[in-house]
Write a protein that binds this ligand. Structure first.
Ligand SMILES: [Zn+2]
Length: 543
């Protein structure tokens, strides 16, 4: 039998605790930290703790490696991400490579079963959209549906069109377009809502399939150094995660959001935010106040610079937001509201400000209380920035969106970009940040997010050494805190995780270098040597 005591030594531990930021070693007993401090005292402590144990304590030799508190992605979609990993990866350099991958999948798939994929970008393939005939040649007897990287187009073959009942007579749906050739036949490209015609005939994964996909995705998540996620996926995720947990296969801490459509059911059952344990816990009611920046559906106080009449789209009226927030909070449920544009953000803040002071607070007392959060908070009016701090609302943001979106933000928001992705201003104004990726929309890699947060540059160095809107860059410590303490606090678990303090859970991300002394560009090359959750190594390589 293994010892329940583990000494982690011979490296540098960045505790995330401002009172004692660095340590040489730590001692773990079962799932928690028993000591954090000097190497000598750690060895004594490990000895003392294991004296009653029939097995001597184990030593994890860091060999000079650097330890951070376990990194958490505070906004991702576990179902899309895990299921996406199983699909045909269509983001290839050439069309032929993509078709080869489909052909390979055809070999392994029973005839008549769906083949799905994602990630293609026809701009890399010379411009024009691909067509159904190309897919038919490699997949004559399987329905195939490949979603574009943008998410706004779907490429299908003839059998998929047939299953969906799409012919030359099918009218375009109100929210999309079926591309057609000169004879009026569908080409195999479905834009926006037209993809829904195919989606509704595709089988949904069963809970077993979803659980299996998540189980297979866990190593890919841990190898990035992640010890936890806040899952914005659907309700089936909760079932799948419980199944994994019962089987002893849940190695990732998950804060699970509640889709708005399930709010009534949650209230009837008496579910409250914070129910669960440190591994699997109920989070926030997730709702949408507006759309997105790219398609100009983010809800704006003033029109878009390149379309002054266009103010975007509100997906809930201010009244609906207010009533829904009130209903959720009255029943002990904290809210997570998607808001991109400055109008949407203002309306959400107005709704939170309108709550009675008692409701503004989750029924539990801090640190167990679960604060409300705004998802994305991409553009805030300068007057609204201080309100997040004043109301105790967490800004749940994705640094990689800032660098991915900078050109389109400049086009749509021009001078207003000073208040876009305003991490530093938010921190200065007392707001708390929780960072994530929105994976699979963007890369799940937290080091890519930390790099974007401290540089406001893309991986290729653009737009230049100072980055985009450099006044909003964060320090490394601030960025790491937004992947550690921020998510812990948002989950109502600040007293148990997010920092490496005695008594906290032993979640560690072990890196081959010190990010603090690295050039920003090197952050992207840092290697995760090992990831530990609750005292167990859930992934390692080269340690
Ligand atoms: Zn999302």
């Amino acid at each position: 039998m293994r010892s329940s005591v583990r000494l982690v030594t011979n490296g540098t531990i960045h505790t995330g605790d401002p009172a004692t930021p660095h340590a040489e070693a730590c001692v773990i007993q079962q799932e928690r930290l028993a000591y954090v401090g000097s190497a000598d005292r750690a060895a004594d402590k490990a000895q003392a703790l294991s004296s009653a144990d029939p097995n001597p304590y184990e030593t994890l030799d860091l060999r000079g490696a650097h330890v951070l508190p376990g990194l958490t992605d505070a906004h991702m979609h576990l179902d899309w991400y895990a299921l996406g990993l199983e699909q045909v990866q269509s983001g290839t350099d050439t069309l032929d490579t993509c078709l080869e991958r489909v052909a390979d999948r055809v070999e392994q798939t029973p005839e008549g079963s769906w083949i799905t994929g994602l990630g293609w970008d026809h701009n890399l393939w010379g411009g024009g959209f691909p067509n159904r005939q190309q897919l038919n040649r490699v997949a004559p007897n399987h329905p195939v549906a490949l979603v574009a990287k943008s998410g706004h187009a779907m490429w299908v073959n003839s059998m998929a069109l047939e299953r969906a009942g799409i012919t030359c007579e099918t009218p375009d749906p109100a929210d999309g377009r079926i591309l057609r050739d000169p004879l009026g036949e569908p080409t195999g490209i479905l834009l926006e809502g037209a993809a829904g015609l195919v989606r509704r005939v595709q089988p949904l994964p069963s809970v077993e399939e979803l659980a299996e996909a998540i189980r297979r995705a866990l190593p890919a998540i841990h190898r990035l150094g992640l010890t936890g996620v806040h899952d914005m996926g659907g309700a089936d995720d909760l079932r799948a995660l419980q199944r994994l947990r019962v089987e002893g296969n849940l190695t990732l801490r998950v804060l699970k959001s509640i889709p708005l459509e399930n709010l009534d059911a949650a209230i009837q059952l008496g579910l409250e935010s914070g129910l669960g344990d440190t591994m699997l816990r109920l989070g926030h009611v997730k709702m949408f106040a507006d759309g997105a920046l790219g398609p100009r559906t983010a809800s704006m106080l003033q029109g878009y610079d390149d379309a002054p009449e266009d103010h975007g789209v509100s997906t809930m009226t201010p009244d609906e937001i207010r009533q829904t927030v009130k209903r959720a909070t009255t029943h002990g449920l904290a809210v997570a509201i998607h808001a991109i544009g400055d109008r949407a953000n203002r309306e959400v803040l107005d709704a939170l400000a309108a709550l009675e002071p008692a409701q503004r607070r989750h029924p539990l007392q801090p640190p167990a209380s679960v604060p409300h959060r705004i998802e994305h908070a991409q553009l805030l009016h300068p007057n609204d920035i201080p309100r997040l701090g004043a109301l105790g609302v967490v800004a749940s943001m994705q640094p990689i969106h800032a660098t991915a979106d900078m050109e389109i933000a400049e086009k749509h928001w021009r001078a207003r970009c000073r208040g876009a992705y305003a991490w530093k201003s938010l921190l200065r104004a007392g707001a708390r940040l929780a960072f994530g990726s929105d994976a699979p929309v963007e890369s799940l890699d937290p080091l890519a997010g930390i790099h974007a947060a401290v540089t406001r540059c893309r991986a290729d160095g653009s737009p230049g050494p100072d980055g985009w809107q450099p006044q909003e860059r964060l320090t490394l410590d601030e960025a790491i805190a937004a992947y550690t303490r921020g998510p812990a606090l948002t989950a109502g678990m600040a007293d148990q995780l997010g920092t490496l303090r005695p008594g906290n859970v032993a979640d560690l991300t072990i890196l081959d270098c010190d990010l603090a002394t690295s050039q920003p560009q090197q952050i992207l090359r840092a290697k995760v040597l090992a990831t530990m959750v609750a005292g167990e190594l859930v992934w390692y390589s080269g340690l």
